[in-house]
Design a protein around this ligand. Structure first.
Ligand code: SAM
Length: 459
């Protein structure tokens, strides 16, 4: 990072969150011609500043101050930073600070932006005409909603020169479970200069990184409001114009509003004498599926293990056993909970057909894509994918594609990353996944979701 920001022999450089001075040492170790003549060092923590040892070979100007509110002398030819990771509820800037930052972006900045995002914005605004910045942050802003304003500013100003991500295995920030990325900003880029994107495993991979071999994007190819997940890959599916939504719909699992009441164990059925015809097999927890298929045998095993795998769905007229279970529910106040009380019939969760493909909502690494051979329903730990044409063959092709490495790669482009490394997909993220042009032959335009009568009909 130090070598890159000092490549054009900067006159004046800045580290706005200097801490113990790791970057100061790196800059001081550069060959003389690369070192800046003046180095500004800031930290909000006066103790850090008091302890800081500055090199004698560079004129250093040190201050204990808040980078976001400090008015600077800038502009700077080089900025190097490892900004603090602080969630929005843990800092509180007044209207003036936000106004100054929004003057930079020319658009509202979400108040949910992590402090490191504000650092990146401010750093961008302080670069001289030949300025360069290298900033290491969590990579969450590439996918998070709060990152959209930041991305659109960086694209509009054509500041992004490269994004180097560390892969999931790399532990860059001590004790913090998140992936990291280094963002390189450069002022004075031409419109056709590429934004280079790469993923490395560790520091050694970073040192050996060949920028010419990295994936290149033109600024016009990147959309601020999309998640920048698989930036280092351009697979054939990226060039496809087809989305999963052309062939299938994805729906959230059934929300009961009281899982411990509406889902029953085999022993509960016995205790309440509820007949099997009044319940439907249902996956209630992510861990109940242990591989990429759920079969009738798996369901039998779950039943033997007395798992909660039956969703109450009584037929009419209600039989006496169900009646007494409903009375019990009322005594517990289940009928007046939020979801049950907003349903036409409090004890009837939404009616769904089993989805042929299930996808886990959360993952660390790969999402679980499941072929639902057992025809089970699913609660909200999984989303259900339903082919629009209702054909099992279409479902199978989609399942095989989503389960392949290429499919996982295509899905990665749409997942959301939580700060602790947990990944999440929403149904609309799944529907946005690109599908290879030739995966499913289409006759004419894709059909609308059939309303009735087909085997995989969503609610
Ligand atoms: C992640 S550390 C970076 C330290 C150093 N650059 C390094 O790599 O070792 C972040 C530093 O930012 C400082 N900091 C936190 N909020 C700040 C703010 N608003 N302005 C300036 N410094 C801040 C913290 O005191 C901490 O030393």
């Amino acid at each position: 990072m130090a070598e890159w920001v000092c490549r054009e022999s900067p006159r004046i450089a800045l580290d706005p969150a200097v801490g113990p001075g790791v970057f100061v040492d790196a800059i001081a170790a550069l060959p003389r011609h690369a070192r800046p003549r003046e180095l500004h060092l800031l930290d909000i923590d006066p103790v850090m500043i008091a302890k800081l040892r500055t090199p004698t070979s560079i004129a250093c100007r040190v201050a204990a101050a808040d980078f976001i509110t400090k008015r600077h002398v800038g502009p700077f030819d080089a900025v190097i930073a490892n900004p603090p990771y602080v969630r929005h509820h843990d800092f509180d800037y007044g209207p003036r600070a936000w106004r100054d930052l929004e003057r930079v972006t020319g658009a509202p900045i979400p108040r949910t932006t992590n402090l490191y995002g504000l650092f990146v914005l401010k750093i961008g605004s302080l670069l001289s005409a030949r300025g360069r910045a290298a900033i290491i942050t969590p990579s969450e802003w590439l996918r998070a909603d709060f990152g959209v304003a930041l991305k659109s500013y960086l694209l509009r100003e054509n500041l992004l020169d490269a994004i180097i991500q560390f892969d999931h295995g790399a532990s860059v920030f001590d004790g913090v479970l998140t992936t990291a990325c280094i963002t390189l900003l450069r002022k004075g880029r031409r419109p056709a200069d590429p934004i280079r994107c790469a993923t490395v495993s560790d520091e050694r991979g970073l040192a050996a990184l060949d920028f010419d071999a990295a994936t290149s994007w033109l600024p016009a190819e990147l959309q601020a409001n999309e998640k920048w997940n698989a930036l280092d890959k351009r697979s054939t599916s990226d060039r496809s114009t087809r989305k999963l939504s052309d062939f299938a719909t994805c729906s959230r699992g059934i929300a009961t509003g009281a899982n411990d009441y509406f889902t029953l164990r085999p022993s509960d059925l016995k205790k309440w004498k509820i007949a099997r015809r009044d319940v439907r097999p249902c996956i209630t927890k992510a861990r109940q599926i242990r591989r990429d298929r759920i079969t009738a045998d798996d369901l039998r095993r779950l039943i033997t293990e007395d798992e909660r795998v039956f969703l109450l769905q009584p037929g009419t007229p209600l039989n006496p056993a169900v009646r007494s279970y409903l009375e019990h529910g009322k005594k517990r106040g289940v009928h007046s909970r939020y979801l049950p009380s907003h349903r036409p019939t409090w004890y009837l969760p939404e009616h769904r057909m089993p989805a042929p493909i299930l996808i886990s909502v959360f993952a660390r690494g790969r999402f679980r894509i499941v072929w639902n051979e057992a025809n089970v329903l699913n609660l909200t730990a999984y989303h259900g994918i339903y082919p629009r044409d209702g054909q099992r063959a279409t479902a199978r092709k989609l399942f095989e594609w989503l389960s392949s490495s290429a499919g996982h790669g295509a899905l990665q482009a749409h997942v959301r990353l939580y700060a602790d490394g947990l990944l999440k997909v929403e149904p609309k993220d799944v529907e946005a996944v690109t599908i290879p042009d030739n995966l499913i032959p289409t006759r004419g335009r894709p059909r609308a979701v059939p309303k009735r009568g087909l085997p995989f009909q969503p609610a």
